[in-house]
Design a protein around this ligand. Structure first.
Ligand SMILES: Nc1ncnc2c1ncn2[C@@H]1O[C@H](COP(=O)(O)OP(=O)(O)OP(=O)(O)O)[C@@H](O)[C@H]1O
Ligand SMILES: [Mg+2]
Ligand SMILES: [Zn+2]
Length: 499
């Protein structure tokens, strides 16, 4: 029996310390040290030996002899998902899909699993939901009328397993669910690896990495040592067997992936599924990708039948727009390489408690402070006794300064109670002097605006290099915010206002 003792491990970065510390000396997080029991005997050796036994050893080879110029990607049935991954699933890659609770991670993964199972063998391991729950979700996703009441007809075959861990093949008479999608509820990683060995899937989905554990480690599932060790073993499995693995990961209140930051280093690709939980739109964003650009974004809408691809997000975001209403403007934001038109709403209202508030929803708070200050000082709007609210319609977050001008215009429009020209988009970054700066990728932005039928674009005046402006849209150049606003309202203002 090996002796045990305890140690303290930072749940953020994995720093180990013999005694408790309120602040982690490595990453600076507070109260992130958690006590874990360790055996004196090193455990990781045995653990990795197991996996090596499963997968065989690797041999160094000359680079020229290594097969696969340009990885063959497995095509994905969900176009928006494929786009974010960089064109498809790379065999042997390991992808982390993270997001807030209830945002739709399991839904997205199940949809992908069902699509992939048409051609490939897929194993979906859940540590969070029962097979029946997942089956019900699958039924809902494939049906047009919602959940069907065929619970009795869940026709499962219990595989011969040594313990009570049952492995069920999913079959149903009512809905044509793919035969090649296998479900199992399991959290013990050794058992999961055995299942993988038996089934030999092309694709493995683990929902979620925080629920799986290795029995050799004494810390509980979700702790930094468990998450790190389990993820490393899964990576080893992916690299040596060519199985593509998707891990679902939770995020903390602060928005970071729960558990260790090292998790992000272990995987090849990190995707975030984000959006406002009370709104239908979801963005799938890649923040790290060893096989593609990190700037790509996929847009989905959460419906009864799951996450539906939104192939033309601009159109969707502008659907409910009220034309000629004061306090509304159109910004052209870049999500990766893709321009997206969104409606920005502004509202000013006399402050009640003497302390004017600035409430952004979908734009950065500090950015809003700056824009409000510029509107007050450089444009002459009296906002100091006004509460200012800004909302990006559709529940998406815009962190681009290129949307500054549209935000300013929405606020000014509400304050003046005059609508902005309905056929105009506004693009431009605002500087402290009230000047406008040219953002990047103007061509793509203007083309998208023209495509959606906008007649003119109000943009910063700058020495114009490179390609001429795209045809089909009138370009109105403005040096300053106040000039741009004059154009946006298309009414004459006294020029003496710029104090
Ligand atoms: N019948 C339904 N019709 C429409 N939407 C539904 C329905 N049932 C669930 N949803 C949506 O699916 C969401 C839950 O999705 P899902 O379970 O995939 O999220 P998750 O990210 O995996 O959550 P968790 O972190 O709890 O595992 C709910 O928040 C809800 O918006
Ligand atoms: Mg889930
Ligand atoms: Zn730390």
């Amino acid at each position: 029996m090996p002796k045990t003792h305890t140690r303290f491990v930072c749940q953020q970065c994995g720093r180990v310390s013999a005694s408790y510390m309120g602040k982690c000396p490595q990453c600076g997080s507070f109260n992130s040290m958690v006590e874990e029991i360790v055996h004196d005997e090193p455990v990781s050796k045995g653990a990795t030996a197991n996996v090596r036994g499963l997968t065989g050893r690797s041999q160094p080879r000359p680079i020229g002899e290594i097969g696969g110029e340009g990885e063959d990607r497995i095509p994905l049935p969900i176009g928006e998902f494929a786009r974010v991954l960089g064109g498809g699933i790379v065999p042997g890659s390991i992808v982390l899909v993270a997001g807030d609770p209830g945002i739709g991670k399991s839904t997205l993964m199940l949809q992908m699993a069902m699509g992939m199972a048409e051609k490939k063998r897929v194993l979906y391991v859940s540590g969070e939901e029962s097979e029946r729950q997942i089956k019900m979700r699958a039924t809902r996703l494939t049906s047009t009328v919602g959940v069907q009441q065929d619970e009795q007809s869940i026709n499962s075959t219990v595989g011969a397993q040594q313990d009570d861990q049952s492995h069920k093949a999913l079959r149903s008479s009512a809905v044509p669910l793919p035969k090649n999608l296998l479900l199992v509820t399991e959290t013990n990683l050794e058992v999961i690896l055995n299942h993988v060995n038996d089934i030999k899937p092309d694709l493995l989905i683990v929902d979620s990495i925080q629920t799986v554990y290795l029995s050799e480690l004494d810390s509980s599932a979700g702790s930094v040592s468990q998450v790190r060790e389990c993820a490393s073993q899964l990576r080893e499995l992916a690299k040596s067997s060519g199985i593509s693995i998707f891990l679902i990961g939770h995020v903390t209140k602060e928005g970071a992936i729960a558990g260790p930051r090292v998790l992000e280093h272990i995987v090849d690709t990190v995707l975030y599924l984000e959006g406002d939980r009370f709104q239908a739109y979801r963005l799938l964003r890649s923040v790290k990708n060893r096989f593609g650009a990190t700037s790509e974004v996929g847009v989905f809408e959460m419906r009864e039948r799951g996450l539906i691809e939104v192939t033309n997000p601009s159109e969707a975001f502008l659907e409910e727009r009220m034309i000629n209403a004061p306090g509304s403007s159109i910004a052209v934001a870049m999500e990766g390489t893709r321009p997206i038109l969104v409606e920005i709403q502004g509202l000013t209202s006399p402050t009640q408690f003497g302390n004017a508030r600035r409430t952004p929803n979908g734009v950065d708070f500090n950015r809003l402070l700056l824009i409000a200050a510029v509107l007050t000082r450089r444009v002459g709007l009296k906002l100091s006794e006004q509460d200012v609210f800004v909302n990006v319609v559709g529940g998406i977050q815009i962190d681009e300064p290129a949307a500054d001008l549209a935000v300013a215009a929405a606020i000014a429009s509400s304050w003046k109670d005059i609508a902005i020209r309905a056929e105009a988009v506004l693009i431009g970054e605002i500087g402290l002097a009230g000047e406008l700066r040219m953002p990047g990728q103007m061509q793509a932005r203007l083309r998208e605006a023209a495509k959606l039928g906008f007649k003119c674009a109000i943009v910063p005046k700058a020495i114009h290099k490179g390609e001429p402006w795209p045809k089909g849209i009138e370009i109105i150049e403005a040096r300053s915010v106040s000039q741009a606003l004059d154009e946006a309202f298309a009414i004459q203002r006294k020029p003496a206002n710029n104090k």
